[in-house]
Structure formats: C-alpha cells, structure tokens
Design a protein around this ligand. Sequence first.
Ligand code: ADP
Ligand code: ADP
Length: 228
Amino acid sequence: MAQITLNNLVKTYDDGFTAVKGISLDIADGEFMILVGPSGCGKSTLLRMIVGLEDITSGDLTIDGKRVNEIPPRDRNLSMVFQNYALYPHLTVYENIAFPLRLNRSKIDKEEIDRRVREASDMLDLREHLDRKPANLSGGQRQRVAMGRAIVRQADAFLFDEPLSNLDAKLRGQMRTQIAQLQRRLRTTAVYVTHDQTEAMTLGDRVAVLKKGTLQQVASPRELYEQP
Ligand code: ADP
Ligand code: ADP
C-alpha cells in the first residue's frame, strides 16, 4: 500500500509542448483513483511520470512521503498494467505470471514463487490455464495473466493504462467486475487511466477529471453523477 502525492506536477516534452500543466492530487493509501478525460489530455503522461517512464519537468511526486523524482523506476515498487498485455509468447501462463519473481530469485525461493502464482491464478480464475501459452487464450484471459503478473509482485500500487480498451464490450464488463473485486480484496492503491465513462463511474473511489493538461475536478462517482 502506498500514499501517492502529486504537487504541481508539470511535463514539457522535448518539442516544447506542455502536456501536464501543474497538477496536484492526493491519492490515499488503498484508494482506487481514476484519471479520466479525452484523448490527449495528459492522462498517460501523468501515469508515466508516476511509474518513472517519463521524467518530471517540475513539481514534486512523493510516495509514502518520500520524494521520488530521483528514485529510479525499478526501486519504486509499482506495477503497471498496459492495454497491450505484453506477455511472453513462448512462456506458459504460469511462467508469465512468475516472471517478475524469477528475476528476483535470489530473494524469493521457489516455494514462495509457487504459492504466489497459485494464489494469483485462483483470484483470477486462471487455475485451469496455467500450462497454456498466450496464443491459446482469449483476450480476457490474457488480460488476467497480465494482472496476475502485477499481483505477484506485491507492489505498493497498481498503475493501469487503459487495460480494457482492446477488449470487446462483453469482456470489458466482466473484467471491470473482476478488477473491482480484486481491488476490494487486495486494497492496493490503484491509479487507473481511462477515457471510458462507465469504467470511471463504476471502478473508482474517486475520479480525477483532466482537460488539456489541467485538473478540472476530483470527486466521487456519486458526486459526479448527482451534479447538475
Ligand atoms: P492521453 O493519455 O490523455 O491521451 P497523453 O498523455 O498521451 O494523453 O498526451 C498528452 C499530450 O502530450 C498530447 O497532446 C500528446 O500529443 C502529447 N505528447 C505525448 N507524448 C509526447 C511526446 N513524447 N512528445 C511530444 N508530445 C507528446
Ligand atoms: P495512448 O493515447 O494510448 O496513450 P500514445 O501514448 O501512443 O497513446 O500516444 C498518445 C498521444 O501522444 C497520441 O496523440 C500520440 O500521437 C502522441 N505522441 C506519442 N508519442 C509522441 C511523440 N514522440 N511526439 C509527439 N506526439 C507523440
């Protein structure tokens, strides 16, 4: 679990374009925060700054009170789930989920890896598919493998970048339910980028609405729903 604080974050790209224009936001321990807004409003840029894939131009980012601007991404202990699942085609479901732990094998023994992979695959209904390769899975199953890989790391926070946008409507609905259940169970802090209103209104504890690189408002789904 982690508390994430953005303080007047700015991102200006090398070509001079400022995609994020001073955003401040407090994300509480265990909170599910949605970043929503039209394409190009700066959602991905913000997420990429949090995870460390993008340098911060100015402002502060703190995780559990620690200023992380200078902390390399691999030391931030955050798990990112992408829309293109980035699974390894030659590895089985089990091996794909275990992959981040195998990189760390000196610290985590084989029994512990096995325990975590089985726990994650139970949560995600993947128990029967552990020996299959990604090519033989449905889109929803692949997305769940990607989530399994994020879960086993026991990261301080999950960062989701439009994880469901490649799925058809029915699967999207199922995965929405599954992500919501998972969040209630794990209570890991989550930041979830989407341009989908339904996801924004059903998944999050709070929704941050972005427009052209600025924060328009932060409110619970209920407050957003009830406002005139
Ligand atoms: P969103 O995720 O909300 O669709 P992005 O954060 O991807 O928005 O992009 C915000 C703005 O920054 C867009 O106008 C986009 O064209 C621009 N942008 C994104 N990446 C770069 C880059 N590497 N260099 C210059 N401009 C960029
Ligand atoms: P997504 O919206 O799925 O996050 P991308 O991150 O690939 O998609 O791109 C978001 C926006 O940023 C797009 O409008 C894209 O054209 C723009 N963009 C991405 N990389 C660059 C770049 N190097 N220079 C300028 N614009 C970019």
